[in-house]
Design a protein around this ligand. Structure first.
Ligand code: FE2
Ligand code: FE2
Length: 228
């Protein structure tokens, strides 16, 4: 691949208040659980975590959609952005399910976690949309770190650099010879974009300045936007 997406790996939103610290603490607790459960099984880790990652965008889009209907106001592009995020995360899932097959136990975990996480995130969004976006911002910081570690596993030969699944080549418009490494690079760029969008939304809702260095909208998503 010639077009390697550039990602700023150093972005971290320093917690500024109690809500930020709760969001970061919650994220670090989940990170600890994921590290304990999956260790270095990055393919399996990606599958289970992407089933969770695809939830907040749809919740945020739903709540904002209903709010805009009630208030008869403009959404400033939030709804489509959040729906695109949900779809993008689902494509991550569909890609990694081609790379690693979830075990029966993981499928059961996914079932249970989805019930709890959907309801909990919905409730959080209703109580504090700003904290909900901050949580996602921190989740995505962790996702960028996890995919960076996955890349290291591939580069150092501990994970096989398989050919990119057809669904990934189609979605990200990768060349025929693309590999799993190329896929992880574009997925990581997506996560960096979600990270910056969600921290940006949280900042906006908190009345803070939004970061001018946000990761750009991924090219594939731009295409989807234009086709819509
Ligand atoms: Fe993802
Ligand atoms: Fe993400």
């Amino acid at each position: 691949m010639t077009d390697i997406p550039l990602v700023d790996l150093t972005v971290h939103h320093e917690p500024r208040d109690f809500a930020d610290r709760i969001a970061l603490g919650f994220t670090k607790t989940l990170r600890f659980c994921a590290d304990t459960f999956f260790a270095k099984r990055y393919g399996h880790r990606a599958i289970v975590l992407e089933t969770v990652a695809a939830v907040p965008g749809m919740v945020g889009a739903t709540v904002n959609h209903l709010r805009c209907l009630r208030r008869m106001c403009d959404d400033r592009g939030w709804i489509r952005t959040l729906m695109e995020e949900a779809e993008n995360e689902r494509m991550h899932l569909m890609t990694f399910v081609e790379v690693a097959k979830p075990t029966l136990f993981e499928r059961l975990v996914i079932l249970g976690v989805q019930w709890v996480f959907y309801l909990a995130f919905f409730a959080l969004y209703m109580i504090s949309a700003r904290t909900a976006h901050r949580v996602v911002g921190y989740f995505e910081e962790e996702a960028v770190i996890s995919y960076t570690l996955y890349l290291k596993e591939i580069d150092e030969g501990r994970s096989p650099n398989l050919p990119a699944p057809a669904i990934a080549r189609h979605y990200w418009k990768l060349p025929d010879g693309a590999t799993l490494r190329d896929v992880v690079l574009v997925v990581r760029a997506d996560e960096a974009h979600h990270r910056d969008v969600n921290h940006g939304y949280a900042n906006e809702l908190a009345g803070l300045e939004t970061d001018a260095h946000a990761a750009p909208y991924p090219v594939h998503a731009d295409d989807l936007r234009q086709a819509a």
